[in-house]
Design a protein around this ligand. Sequence first.
Ligand code: BGC
Length: 918
Amino acid sequence: MKRGVIIAMCCCLLVIFKQRCVVQVSDLKVEGLTCDFRTNPIGIGNLKPRLSWKLSSQNPNQKQKAYQIIVASSEDLILADSGDLWNTGIIWSNQSLNISYCGEKLSPNQTCFWKVKVWDGEEIETHWSDVNFWTVGLVNQDNWQSSWIGLKQERYDSLISVKPWGNNMVLRKAYKTYPSVYLGHKFSTPKKVEKAIIYCTSLGVYTALINGKRVGSDFFTPGWTDYKKRVYYNTYDVTKMLHEGENAVAVMLANGWYAGTVANRGQNYYGNQPWFRAEIHLTYEDGSKKIITTDGEWKASVGAITEADMQGGETFDARLNNPSWGKANFNDSEWNFADIYDTLVSQINAYPSIGVQRIAELDPKEILKRENGTYLVDFAQNFAGWVGLTLKGESGDSVVIRYAEKLNSDGSLYTRNLRSARAMDTYVLSGDSSQYWEPKFTYHGFRFVEICGYRGELTKGDLKGIVVHTNLTETGRFECSNPLINQIYHNIYWSQKSNYIDVPTDCPQRDERMGWTGDAQVFMPTAAFNMNIAPFFNKWLVDIYDGQFENGRFPSTAPRVYNRVAAGWGDAGIICPWHFYQFYADTTILAKFYPSMQRWITHLENRSPTYISTLGSYGDWQNVESETPIPLLATAYFKRSVDLMSQISGVLSKRNDSIEYAGLSEKIKKAFTDSFLLDSGRIESETQTAYLLALAFDLVPRTERQQVVDNLKKSIYNADTSLTTGIIGTSLLLPTLTDIGETDLAYKLVLNTDFPSWGYQVKHGATTIWERWDGFTEDGFHEDSTNSLNHYAYGSVGEWFYSTIGGINALEPGFKKILIRPLPGGDLQYANVDYESSYGPISSHWKIENGFFYHTVSIPANTSAVIQLPNRQSDKIRIEDQPISESSLVKDVVAHDSHTTFEISSGEYHFSMPFDSN
Ligand code: BGC
């Protein structure tokens, strides 16, 4: 045999041998692992955390047929594919979200390493995902060994009586601000530390330092809760911050929500001074352990932060700043020993959300030096946060920074709408060379700042705007050919950023900043498209339930600082978990709060023998001279909550409950019809909101529905084709118009720039959503001081941008099954809309060009979608340049009156069809 032939035969044999030996691996990638909605969370309190992952692939039509999770107690074990804590084995299921950990019992302080692999539609196995981890916190109160410590200062109980709304506000007594408490402790670590975890909590807000360096990047820790019921603790890995030998731990502690100005309740609402509690759990390299705890050995004093109040602002006297404070060489011999606070906070739980952090820095757009030597700085964007300054000057010079959202006509700051929030920071210079400073324990809602008392020349490089909010991942993107809609979208996003600060607040600037439940529930779908709000609501839902009254009523603010209960607000206790489930497919949230939800319904039922709800309400808040009667609104929301309860019980397999709630719903509907449906499909009061409630919450018999629809349209035309709705009606307006086939009318409203409209706010310079349609007009500011220029509630329209302009909708919870239904309208020539769902990215990008509609759609692996395109001639629709009827990528093509629907599986697809814009 020739040599060449022999070589060729050997090569063939080698190839055959290789093919036999290579295990086929799926091209699916398992990534984006989360544990209780966070990536590698540390110090979690849930011992059965929810594990989720995403799948991605270059190829279309990808599914998960099975999965395997392993969880190990060490990195070595997980790398050796051994799950000593949990090994699910192969589970034949397509579930990839919220699989509750069910392995070995976990103990405090434990680290769990985990990874996942899946089997694709062909039952071919993927590689393992990267290794992720979570660590368990101190879990429960009994595991805390430290004491609450602080520094007793002379305090007074504030006497504040304020009427929060309207012009007749009784001015509260000027509040007193207090210096921050400084706490410190030195300790030695004689051996090399392998691991050091600090657990910190406070009644108040704190910043902790180890060896002079800040621990973590969170602000206002440990967040706002109903401190009488619960306080959270934060967990940080500080291993790298310690060294062998002498170390120091130090804390700056301020009143925060606990004892400082909170909501519109003034100061000392929960307590009259702040307290701190922490422990550092050390594991040495030799395996031995030690715990450093807060106790009476700690030292306490006051320092350079001479006042700190959430709403009032902060003063920093740089002359009092000792740079060695917080370090092991600091001389604390003249400091007092810390005071001990002997209290029982009912629960100390692991912080379940993500911290408030510095998210971005804005450069000033313009600086104006006024004749009197003061400076006016414009950041060209309304936002929440503060300014950071680099200053130099004489020792003792006080530089005062005041904040405002807008200017009065004479160029002065418009501060009337701050009401009693002082919103002022002060920096007292030390005389040393240039110093950078920013506050720690306050935030402001502003676009403009005024700087007084600075004798140097202020330039743009000397200051920046620090944007602060809960650090949630942005998940939404929207852009279209119409600049007005883009600006409205921008304003919505910025109002969300400014108000998602540990709790969803109404506004960031005035003496309110409360978690109004009504505002939060109407805005939640928009918020969930914009950002991954799961960790945030995982915390805030607890605030709602902590605020539930004995008799079952849900509060109108959470944390609860108000005893008034309101329809449309309290219902957030049912509506918000439902939205949570729709966006994140998590049933544990529904199960956890189900008994509380039932108590709310039972309360409403007990007090409504005729099925007309007698609950009070703030009504259709901020409507335009178009009051909807409270009993009508309250009964509509009663029905809405009961309907959701029927669905929730269904999800939780509580069949009997579900049937019972469905029966109750029918009774409410009948009572509503009997009481509020007048002749010819008119609804009492004939406001747009009354019609919207009736249609959106299914409150009128089918036979009269068309008349009600006609009357809704009439009510819009009668108002010069404009809206008259407040925050309740506005959230239903465009989605309902689309549901009844009036998307063109919806476009007219959203493109309107006359009063009242979103466009009117934009025309008047809004960079965020306002509380009122007419917060600022040609005639100046609204006369009422309750006039926030950064209030997200009307921003609920954002949901329609995603679900109608982009057409992205969930057909199944978590977007497991997606409806892509873009409805072009107005003068829009294109729209690019993206949403990063729990399964992965969903996109809907369309454009109209030369009489054609081009549409690019992306659907993540392990999901499928129904596509609905606005052309009834299905034979004219092409996918990848082939008629859909001939393509194997598409199934179940159905032509309807005005559109065609069909199904696709995961992947990216390009559609085109003739399109007549008229
Ligand atoms: C808030 C609103 C809230 C309302 C209750 C206001 O002061 O700013 O957004 O929903 O009170 O009616």
